[in-house]
Design a protein around this ligand. Sequence first.
Ligand SMILES: Cc1ncc(COP(=O)(O)O)c(C=O)c1O
Length: 341
Amino acid sequence: MGEGATRLIEAPRLATRLGMRQLILKNETSNPTGSFKDRQISVGISHARELGHDTVAVVSSGNVACAAAAYAARCGLKAVLFMHGMAGGGKIAQAASYGAKVVRVDSPSARRVFDLCIEACEAFGWYHLSTSGMHEPYNVEGAKTIAYELYQQTRGDLPDWIVAPVGGGGLLGGIWRGFLDLKRLGLVDTLPRLAGAQAAGCAPLKDAIASGIPFLETLQHPWPNPYSVAGGIADDILFDGHTALPAIRTTQGAAFAVTDEEILNAEVELASAEGILCEPSSAAAIAALKHLQLEPGHNRVCCIVTGTGIKDLDVLRGRVCEPVRIAPSLTDLANAIGETP
Ligand SMILES: Cc1ncc(COP(=O)(O)O)c(C=O)c1O
């Protein structure tokens, strides 16, 4: 396995609770800037350099901005980050710390922010590095590497289902395309079933799957007033619907929408059961596991844990217990934690 591969880890306690034979987690929280977006940006930025650009620009709710700013700093390029309404303070601070120029665009619609970013790239000669295959096809290749690594790490014995959170759809579509590469090479016969998890407050993929509408039609109907605690996946448009929709349709997969309450519960459940703190967008996929209809004999599941929760700790306020204040005494300690020495 290559040096940069993320770990594939067993989640036995969560699997038992969910009645699954096996649950494995592709732990993307350990990427250099804390999310799977490093995969896509590292490919895209190499292309920007190849073309001789000195500045890259991205639209982001947080993780793409962090990755773009960090990789730009690594290779001596400048980065301009267009943060849209859902971007959290922790991610903005992380991205800014890599020396990028950060602007926050007041618009709930990702499309409007994309339009501005594209206009600016044309006006200033910047490279548009956003992780939407429609705008920057190179970084899709980075998302495919999740499929390649899964193949290597399971020695070809792929799980029955793969569940991933969906915003624009590039992650799910990229994984699908990675498996298609493996199939074309004759390495796999059948693909795992692919499931996408969205937030109930912004679920265009779930709607498109339920109603069977084609990709181009989804572009005409952006999700009105997207809102979720999972800001990383609250995209009003399926920018990568041309790959995310067939990923689900051709693998007999599924699309789910989960509430913010389910998302935050899943975040804490994963952390306490398996020791991995993910962000709310990633927790949407963990929450969706409860909705997966598993058939007997097909209950090996892999969930893509896309980003670390350390960037977004504010969302846990009031959900996890506050420390009990005690005097430095064993009796006080025993009372506080409900144990007898
Ligand atoms: C943590 C996290 N998970 C999942 C996604 C969804 O990825 P995509 O937009 O490719 O569907 C994002 C997108 O920003 C994200 O930040």
